[in-house]
Design a protein around this ligand. Sequence first.
Ligand SMILES: NC(=O)c1ccc[n+]([C@@H]2O[C@H](COP(=O)([O-])OP(=O)(O)OC[C@H]3O[C@@H](n4cnc5c(N)ncnc54)[C@H](O)[C@@H]3O)[C@@H](O)[C@H]2O)c1
Length: 262
Amino acid sequence: MRLKDKVAVITGAGSGIGKAIAHRFADEGAHVVCASISGRSADVAAEIGDAAVPVRADVGDEADVRRMVGTAENTFGRIDILVNNAGFGGGLLPLHEQTTETWDRVHGVNLRGVFFCMKYGIISMRRTGGGSIVNVSSATSLVGWKHHGVYGAAKAGVNQLTRTAALDYADDNIRVNAVCPGTIWTGLVPMSQQWPEPPPGVSRVPGIPMDRWGLSDEIAAAALFLASDEASYVTGALMPVDGGYSVGFSGMGAEKQGRSTD
Ligand SMILES: NC(=O)c1ccc[n+]([C@@H]2O[C@H](COP(=O)([O-])OP(=O)(O)OC[C@H]3O[C@@H](n4cnc5c(N)ncnc54)[C@H](O)[C@@H]3O)[C@@H](O)[C@H]2O)c1
């Protein structure tokens, strides 16, 4: 029960990684506000039961975000944890084929949405003595990632919001960290549908040192650590959870060249 009686707001909680985080946090004793642009967060809140409330909110809409924070405060009295998970990919294309419309949509949710949520979450946390923010960034923000320029730029912006806010609010007892997922299999949801491979256990993932998909629960475990008091001296960290992808190139080892490893 690492989050016993904490109040956590999770955006994009209706599916994938956000859904896994909502369940894991509730299992660890938190009250959870399950926010999403779709009605699916209501299903997740219903699965969790009394410890959860759903909120319909578009994180790219400032008024919606204020309402989301207000709902958390009115329902549970405060916000201890904010997980900024809502986001989407925006198409895998080289830059010259990307459109201004895609740039605006991707950055409107993945970066501006995180800004709105951080802003109003921080205002709330400062009133009640502090808290912990976990931003769901991406391994595409840490290294170049082919055809992910627009999305990776938004997530790199999230990293910089994370580090800067860690400095700005250390005195306010607010820790701010990010988890940077790699290729995470989330089931039949938009993000992982971008990739053609079947789920873990069936497929290997070329180019990933650990040679497999990650799982939503593995991101939830990292988010749990960063959100909890176990990370009480951790702020401004960008934690890759990517099977080693962002560490560096791993394609030319002796075994892969067919040479002896003795
Ligand atoms: N799956 C991966 O491989 C992967 C890798 C790196 C980073 N991520 C990041 O993880 C996060 C979750 O992705 P996922 O894979 O679980 O995808 P997903 O599509 O299952 O989940 C995203 C959720 O965000 C919600 N959402 C989208 N736009 C929203 C908005 N404007 N306001 C509120 N909610 C909105 C969607 O309804 C959905 O429930 C995203 O930020 C994504 O960029 C995912």
